[in-house]
Design a protein around this ligand. Structure first.
Ligand SMILES: [Mn+2]
Length: 169
């Protein structure tokens, strides 16, 4: 079983990001950590913590429109988990605040079955034409009921289970 945790739009809120990832690591370590942009540098110090807990862990990010000093980070990153092709992109290049069809078309062209994006600051989870679209929303107020991150579990056979996860306290 691969455990993927996705966060987005931290916009400098490293403490909240750290809290979300520490909640996400309870029970079992994170295998893949995804940051969907706008705050990709916030992952820098936390990536070490994740790989300390799990030496095989990988971190994938995509540059957002506010990641002005991060031109080394690609705007679209492809990866896979247990054979399931996935991609992360921030979403501003595909107009996700207005429609998701462009994002879907890119996913189809890149043959991604799971798409992580951000930008809207609104948590979203829906499967369209066999493609699971996941937006963890913005890391925001740590209050019970608010969505903190998205969790995707991929079993050895490539079966995907995706959930938006709330703050526990
Ligand atoms: Mn943005």
């Amino acid at each position: 079983m691969k455990k993927i945790i996705a966060v987005s739009d931290s916009h400098g809120n490293r403490d909240l990001l750290r809290n979300a990832l520490s909640q996400a690591a309870q029970g079992s370590p994170i295998d893949l950590c995804v940051h969907c942009g706008d705050g990709v540098r916030d992952m820098d110090s936390l990536a070490d913590t994740i790989t300390q807990a799990n030496p095989h862990a990988r971190v994938y990010t995509a540059r957002g429109n506010c990641d002005l000093a991060s031109f080394d980070v690609p705007t679209l990153t492809l990866f896979e988990a247990n054979g399931v092709p996935m991609m992360v992109t921030h979403g501003h290049l595909f107009g996700v605040k207005h429609e998701l069809e462009s994002l879907l078309c890119v996913a189809e062209a890149r043959k991604a079955k799971v798409v992580f994006f951000g930008h809207t600051h609104h948590p979203f989870l829906e499967t369209v034409r066999g493609i699971t679209l996941i937006n963890p929303g913005a890391i925001c107020a740590q209050m019970p009921g608010n969505i903190a991150y998205a969790q995707v579990l991929v079993d050895a056979g490539g079966k995907v289970r995706a959930d938006l996860m709330k703050w526990l306290d």
